[in-house]
Design a protein around this ligand. Structure first.
Ligand code: PLP
Length: 453
């Protein structure tokens, strides 16, 4: 793009656009990167600079950009219909996708309810779980159990079951009441017992609350295996399975928010598979369309579904729906993405890349100001600390994470941090050499930003 046009766009952005999770005063001062196109695992800005997409365009890209199969599928669907409503009507790719999702999801999750974001997928699971309890005559089940540091989206319902103080504190008066239980965070936990007992220790905290309050709790909401937005807080092995056992025991639904972990991210198609867990609700979004278009799905069981059946006049229907529910273009992209998973054997190919990431993290763990490194599959967090021995964090105002990412950008790697945690979350299509480069750039940039005394 011509330089003059690029600068004009930047000025217009700063005059008219309001960016999410962004201090716009900083934004107005800094050089804005405007993406013009992308190819494979790289983004290109309006000045022609190329960046490795190190966080998968915020955790949603799966097979890279401009994947021929996905491009073709969206174009073909455009030749048929871009959108028609799903309220009282159906459409071809949405039906095919529902069938497909039911086949690959944990067994028993046979019903698919579409929306257009991860937040909406969680809202829908909450409302369904609540209404199912009401319809079953469990009138006191009006609230939810959540984990501290959870993140389930930014709408008021999904914020109510979230626990990231920095994002959520100001909205506190608007939220509905929930029960909270301390989630696993091994690095900053007061637990001093043997490593092998940590999962059970964390599960006991959950059981204490369920034992006392299960009559009031419709569902437990959890991000399986790893709490992403909290800074990639990984859960000890066996924890998810224990949550499933406990929710069964106390008659509480389990909502698995796989918005971040779904579609290969953890090395399996779904994180729940890693512990043989079938939740009552499975929330999917981000990677569902390969990162192409906004679409989400909330899957549930026949048992839950049947609770809502009745005569019209009983008004048991699920009163929820969005204008763009089950958008055909998005569903076509999702179908094509699932085809790519199968045809290219994407899941099988992940183990080697996960190994490269693991080795790289081991190197990063040796740096003076890296307190902890955490990984599940191709999701990783590197926690920067001021003092490695005492684990004292850097003050957030020093913006160490953001500074590492800014330094990486100058080296042609696009990242976005979570406070003091540098996040590595490349597309599943990243190659081993690209991954090694990503790791070495991050190492250099952490060194640069934390090197001074
Ligand atoms: C990103 C995310 C969400 C919210 O999804 P949006 O599409 O941004 O609304 C919900 N849950 C988890 C675990 C996420 O990572």
């Amino acid at each position: 793009m011509k330089r003059a046009r690029a600068r004009r766009l930047e000025r217009a952005d700063k005059r008219h656009v309001w960016h999410p999770f962004t201090q716009m005063r900083d934004w107005e001062r800094e050089r804005a990167v405007i993406i013009e196109r992308a190819k494979g695992n790289y983004l290109y800005d309006t000045d022609g600079y190329r960046y490795l997409d190190g966080v998968s365009s915020l955790w949603c890209n799966v097979h890279g950009h401009r994947v021929p199969e996905l491009d073709r599928a969206v174009r073909r669907q455009l030749d048929r219909v871009a959108h028609s409503t799903f309220l009282g009507l159906s459409n071809v790719p949405a039906v095919e996708l529902a069938e497909r999702l039911a086949r690959i999801a944990p067994r028993g999750l046979t019903r698919v309810f579409y929306a257009d974001s991860g937040s909406a997928a969680v809202e829908i699971a909450l409302k369904m779980a609540y209404q199912a309890c009401q319809l079953r005559g469990l009138r006191d089940k009006k609230t939810f159990l959540r984990l501290t540091d959870a993140y389930h989206g930014d709408t008021i319902g999904s914020v109510s079951v979230g626990g990231i103080e920095l994002f959520h504190e100001i909205f506190h008066p608007l939220l509905f009441k929930t029960y909270a239980v301390k989630g696993p965070y091994r690095y900053r936990d007061t637990y001093r017992g043997p490593e092998s007992g940590y999962a059970e220790h964390c599960a006991m905290r959950v059981e204490r609350i369920l034992r006392r309050h299960h009559r009031k709790i419709a569902a437990l909401v959890v991000e399986p295996l790893v709490q992403g937005a909290a800074g990639m807080l990984t859960h000890p092995r066996g924890y998810l399975r224990r949550l499933r056992q406990l929710t069964r025991k106390y008659g509480v639904y389990l909502i698995a928010d796989e918005v971040a972990t779904g579609f290969g991210r953890t090395g399996k198609m779904f994180a729940c598979e890693r512990e043989g867990v079938r939740p009552d609700f499975l929330c999917l979004a981000k990677g569902l369309t390969g990162g192409y278009l906004p679409l989400s799905a909330t899957l549930t069981t026949e048992e839950v579904y049947r609770t809502f059946l009745g005569e019209y006049g009983e008004f048991k229907a699920f009163f929820h729906g969005h204008t763009y529910t089950a958008n055909p273009l998005a569903c076509a992209a999702a179908l094509a993405s699932l085809d790519v998973f199968e045809r290219r054997g994407v899941i099988r190919g992940l183990d080697a890349k996960i190994g490269v990431l693991k080795a790289g993290l081991r190197t990063l763990a040796g740096l003076d100001h890296v307190g902890d490194t955490r990984q599940v599959g191709l999701m990783a967090g590197v926690e920067l600390v001021r003092d490695k021995r005492t684990r004292e964090p850097y003050p957030l105002t020093e913006k160490r994470g953001a500074r590492v990412c800014l330094a990486a950008r100058r080296q042609g790697v696009m990242l976005r941090p979570l406070g003091n945690v540098v996040v590595l979350l490349p597309p599943l299509s990243i190659t081993a050499p690209e991954l090694r480069r990503l790791l070495s750039v991050v190492e250099r940039c952490i060194h640069e930003v934390t090197g001074e005394r």
